[in-house]
Design a protein around this ligand. Structure first.
Ligand code: UDP
Length: 358
């Protein structure tokens, strides 16, 4: 029987680990689930364990907030005693958060093989903490599970040998598809007073947008302008909330600020939106999977297939460009897009089959 340590730390990790946990369990693997505690409050963590039916973690490292360096140090120190028992044949990490990179650093230090799910994504923007996390995780991992063909090319260009790469598709779509029936039954639209296809869904949390007032303040002004044409609902990330309060003029009446929602309600909100306006990586993928127009409020993406094949467009943060894109959405002129290869909801099974045979 394979014995694996599965590591999670932040909201998008929980969504990605849920189907993999189930698929590995079904194949008889022995699993230790470790939560680093990077996201720790109910709305960003506990709710996902309940909704996605993930068992309570076997261990919680309780790292809490802090700088990337502090968090990394605590994760490596917390994982060491677990990995040094020699009980685990490998550690599995997902996504691109601090916990992902730190998990693979701990693996190297303890001589335990690491496996990275969602490998190969590259924005080529080194100011993004996630880009550093992706590079660290990929180059410290023995096996790389890749979500799209661009990822394979990136890894090849970085000299990763073919036998370490596995093209398996996008595991996020597995979670999305399994929660869709519950999302369809959700009453979130009624609760928020929204009408299907009559609102836009907005999220913002990337440091490049949120931490630089010279970008954030005009971006909020642009979104206020959008909200004069289309009501916006904005489940706010905790790291963004404080910044909004300091923006003169606030959000205006057309932007409904709400607390972060669970995944069921989020999928319902995405599915029924006229469009999304976002800097989230996950949302770029989910809108492509659901055929919803996505105005990506960034200057590049590590998920280019959501643009070349899906429903996303890199719109940036300039008010004029955002308004021009919005007008195309409202006129019904947005591209329809198609699903990238292997975004079929069966990725977790493919990964688990490979891991079990290794
Ligand atoms: N999400 C959610 N509730 C929210 C906001 C986001 O369930 O209130 C989901 C979203 O659908 C996506 C994931 O959380 O699957 C994205 O997380 P985040 O934006 O934190 O990270 P990123 O996608 O940029 O890595």
């Amino acid at each position: 029987m394979k014995k694996l340590l599965l590591l999670v730390g932040a909201r998008p990790n929980f969504i990605k680990i849920a189907p993999l946990y189930r698929a590995l369990k079904e194949r008889g693997a022995g699993l230790t689930l470790v939560h680093t505690g990077q996201h720790y409050d109910k709305a960003m963590s506990e709710v996902f364990f309940n909704e996605l039916d993930i068992p309570a973690p076997d261990a919680n490292l309780g790292i809490g907030p802090g700088t990337r360096i502090e968090q990394t140090r605590k994760i490596v120190a917390g994982l060491r005693p677990l990995l040094e028992t020699g009980e685990h044949e490998a550690i599995v990490v997902v996504g691109d958060v601090t916990s992902t990179a730190a998990g693979t650093m701990a693996a190297i230090a303890c001589g335990v093989p690491a496996m990275h799910v969602e490998a190969g994504l590259r924005s080529f923007n080194w100011r993004m903490p996630e880009e550093l996390n992706r590079m660290i995780a990929d180059h410290h991992s023995d096996h790389l599970f890749v979500s799209d063909k661009d990822g394979l090319k990136n890894l090849k260009n970085e000299g990763i040998p073919d036998e370490r790469m596995h093209f398996v598709g996008n595991i996020m779509i597995d979670s999305l598809r399994s929660i869709e029936p519950a999302a369809d039954a959700s009453n979130v639209l009624t609760r928020l007073g929204l009408e299907s296809k009559k609102y836009g869904l907005m999220t913002l949390h990337r440091p490049e947008n949120v931490d630089r007032p010279e970008v954030f303040v005009p971006l909020i002004a642009a979104l206020r302008k959008v909200s004069e044409k289309l009501t916006l609902v904005f489940p706010v990330h905790p790291r963004t909330r404080g910044k909004i309060e300091s923006v003169e003029g606030g959000l205006g009446d057309g932007i409904k600020l709400i607390d972060p929602v669970g995944y069921t309600e989020m999928v319902a909100l995405i599915k029924n939106a006229a469009c999304a306006l976002t800097d989230s990586g996950g949302l770029q993928e989910e809108t492509t999977a659901l055929g919803v127009p996505c105005l990506t409020l960034r200057t590049e993406t590590e998920r280019p297939c959501t643009v070349t094949e899906g429903t996303s467009e890199i719109v940036g943060t300039d008010a004029e460009k955002i308004m021009e894109a919005l007008d195309r959405v409202l006129r019904g002129e947005w591209k329809k897009g198609r699903l990238p290869e292997l975004w079929d909801g069966k990725t977790a099974g493919r990964i688990a089959d490979i891991i079990i045979k290794l």
